[in-house]
Design a protein around this ligand. Structure first.
Ligand SMILES: Cc1cc2nc3c(=O)[nH]c(=O)nc-3n(C[C@H](O)[C@H](O)[C@H](O)COP(=O)(O)OP(=O)(O)OC[C@H]3O[C@@H](n4cnc5c(N)ncnc54)[C@H](O)[C@@H]3O)c2cc1C
Length: 391
């Protein structure tokens, strides 16, 4: 007889570890399987090695999903404070960086160790480094084959994440399983990802390494943060955020002067009629960017010799500069995936599949994607907690 468990969880990332710990501590016999040789690999590289483990401003409107209401229940039942309490119980020092983002003072390794300690408290059995060759369902329970060994359970949790950063072991396995069990998948696409520039915009690649605070907008959503020019296009927090909302073929708009009131250039003309646009912009923006923008605006004369109309038009363009990205840097560089297992298939209370008795899906594999800044881990913890309590 193959070993029998109350639940088998596939994927030992943030969501799988949390779910296993919660269920194990509720007395469930849990097997947690991952094909990687170590658990929580994405946690280890997250937040520049310090793991931005949650965001105090977590709210449902900071998540993208075909059903914007889906995440509400789980997020309300497991809050950033709940995770912070856990972090503090493990005496992990932390700090708030900007915009409500909480990081470890030390290392992301502390978060993985904490989750492993919680799993150990729940006597979770961990099986690492072996590929899963088959997942079957015979109507009453699940049978998972891993490296020739079979395990069975009446409950199965899909926690294998999304395909972002395949070199970390990320796969589309969650979607394959979902399809195998007849669950719909919302088309996955890379998110929190740099955008690439082509055509006329290609000239901006010369600015590689230049950063500025901007407002980036697309599809009526705007983010005010830093943007960074790269050798392939645009990156930086403002661009990563807007990339999740951007669709192929659409433009994005950049306000290069978010701190300057309307009519600023006309006021400068009065105050400094002998100054060039390039010099005036140089006071507001990095020198190389000021030079490139002034050149593209074609305003070379001293401000005093430029018509008010031309200056007003220049200011309008500077506050809504249009880029036409020709793509993204893809899953290889995406922090997360937008789309995934359709929320229409799942209970928002427990993440249980409506059609398949005993099947659950949590974390990034589900069509819920957070903004940059700790929101994605908060979704992983909250969805995992909801399922952990239902197993
Ligand atoms: C570079 C980077 C930095 C990030 N920084 C942050 C941050 O600071 N804050 C934040 O909130 N979010 C951050 N994220 C996003 C965050 O890492 C994810 O949202 C989160 O890890 C999702 O958790 P998960 O458990 O659903 O999936 P994952 O963490 O991806 O875990 C899935 C697990 O399943 C395993 N798996 C996959 N396929 C298979 C298979 N076929 N068989 C068996 N096992 C499989 C994987 O090995 C992995 O261990 C970052 C992402 C990246 C790439």
């Amino acid at each position: 007889m193959p070993p029998h468990y109350d639940a088998i969880i596939l994927g030992a990332g943030g969501a799988g570890l949390m779910c296993a710990a919660v269920a194990g501590q509720r007395g469930r016999r849990v097997l947690l399987i991952d094909h990687a040789d170590r658990p929580g690999k994405k946690i280890l590289i997250s937040g520049g090695g310090r793991c931005n483990f949650t965001n105090v401003h977590t709210a449902p409107d900071r998540f993208l999903s075909a059903n914007p209401h889906f995440a509400k229940s789980a997020l309300a039942r497991y809050s950033p404070q709940d995770f912070l309490d856990l972090v503090e119980r493990h005496r992990i020092a932390w700090h708030e960086k900007t915009l409500g983002q909480l990081f470890c003072d030390g290392s992301a390794r502390q978060i993985v160790d904490m989750l492993l300690a919680e799993c150990a408290k729940g006597a979770v059995e961990l099986r690492l480094g072996k590929p899963i060759s088959a997942v079957e369902h015979d109507g009453s329970g699940f049978r998972v084959t891993c490296d020739g060994a079979v395990a069975t359970a009446p409950k199965l949790v899909i926690a294998t994440g999304g395909p972002s950063i395949p070199k970390m072991g990320a796969t589309g396995f969650a979607y394959e399983l979902a399809r195998q069990f007849g669950l719909k998948v919302v088309e996955p696409r890379p998110a929190l990802v740099p955008l690439t520039l082509g055509g006329e915009d290609v000239l901006f690649r010369e600015l590689s390494g230049v950063a500025a605070e901007v407002v980036a907008s697309a599809n009526k959503i705007a983010f005010r943060e830093a943007a960074l020019f790269t050798h392939r296009g645009l990156s930086g927090p403002a661009i990563l955020q807007i990339s999740s909302y951007w669709r192929h073929g659409q433009p994005i708009a950049i306000d290069f002067l978010p701190n300057h009131p309307e009519g600023w250039l006309l006021a400068e003309k009065k105050a400094r009629p002998k100054a060039s646009l390039r010099r005036v912009l140089g006071g507001a923006l990095p020198e190389r960017l000021a030079e490139a923008l002034a050149e593209r605006l074609g305003v070379a004369a001293e401000l005093g010799n430029v018509t008010d109309r031309a200056l007003t038009e220049a200011e309008r363009r500077l506050s809504a500069w249009t880029f036409q990205p020709n793509g993204t840097e893809g899953f290889a560089k995406a922090e997360v995936t937008v789309g995934g297992i359709s929320t229409a298939e799942l209970s928002s209370q427990t993440m249980a599949a409506k059609k398949v008795q005993g099947l659950f899906a949590i974390g990034e594999g589900v069509d819920v994607t957070g903004w940059l800044g700790g929101y994605n881990f908060q979704w992983a913890w909250a969805s995992a907690h909801a399922t952990g309590q239902a197993l």
